[in-house]
Ligand binder design. Structure first.
Ligand code: BMP
Length: 213
């Protein structure tokens, strides 16, 4: 991890070899790596440990189950060296409490609004309640959309100093500097990095833009 960097690399490739190469080549320009189901389903959870050599890992498992299953998922992520884990809050207080308890030192991020248009169908009508419940459950941070400035400002106002990580950048239309200016602590970027002809150059440019707003 590089101190002061604000990019979380979303490694949604499905080859472990490719993921490890990207992590090795890009680790100087990123703060964290986020892994999601496509990679873990292709390669197995052990890849979390392998990737941790390059940056702290956030397991984007969007955990959304009963308390016992949530705790089992948290344990697996923790055993494999994850730094953080992403969970839904809509399953209610007991599920989030179980996840936070089992996570221990591992940081829990709660999804309170999403970057896809469908977030407005259900989630965005309950963002305030989900934030309140997440705070009461003791989460470390929040996932909020970097391509929805109004929502991001609202989440920032509600969570105070809580850590906000924001997807929806690049391929989904958001600009990194807008997300940071509207309250994100970190921007999550995937396709715009790994589909670029020059992933390292792309990240350097983003970091330059973020350090000279
Ligand atoms: P990309 O930059 O390629 O659009 O990737 C964004 C990443 O963030 C994906 O891993 C996606 O699953 C995740 N994500 C998102 O896009 N929107 C959300 O609201 C929450 C997410 O975790």
């Amino acid at each position: 991890m590089v101190m002061g960097k604000k990019v979380i690399l979303a490694l949604d490739v499905s080859s472990g070899v490719e993921a490890l190469k990207l992590a090795r080549d890009l680790n100087a320009e990123i703060a964290y790596i986020k892994v999601n189901w496509p990679l873990v389903m292709s390669e197995g959870i052990h890849l979390v440990k392998d990737l941790s050599r390059y940056a702290p890992i956030i397991c984007d498992f969007k955990v959304a189950d009963i308390p016992n299953t949530n705790a089992l998922i948290a344990r697996k992520a923790k055993e494999n060296g994850a730094w953080g884990i992403i969970s839904h809050q809509f399953t209610g207080r007991d599920s989030m409490e179980a996840l936070v308890k089992e996570s221990g030192e591992m940081k829990v991020f709660s999804v309170v609004s999403m970057s896809n248009g469908g977030s407005r169908d259900f989630m965005d009508k309950h963002t305030d309640e989900m934030i309140r419940m997440s705070q009461e459950c003791g989460v470390y941070g929040y996932v909020a959309p970097g391509n929805n400035p109004e929502m991001l400002r609202k989440v920032r106002a509600a969570v105070g100093k809580g850590c906000i990580i924001s997807p929806g950048i690049g391929a989904q239309g958001g600009r990194p500097e807008d997300a940071i200016n509207n309250g994100a602590d970190y921007v999550i970027i995937g396709r715009s990095v790994y589909n670029s002809n020059d992933p390292l150059g792309y990240l350097k440019q983003v970091n330059m833009r973020l350090s000279n707003p």
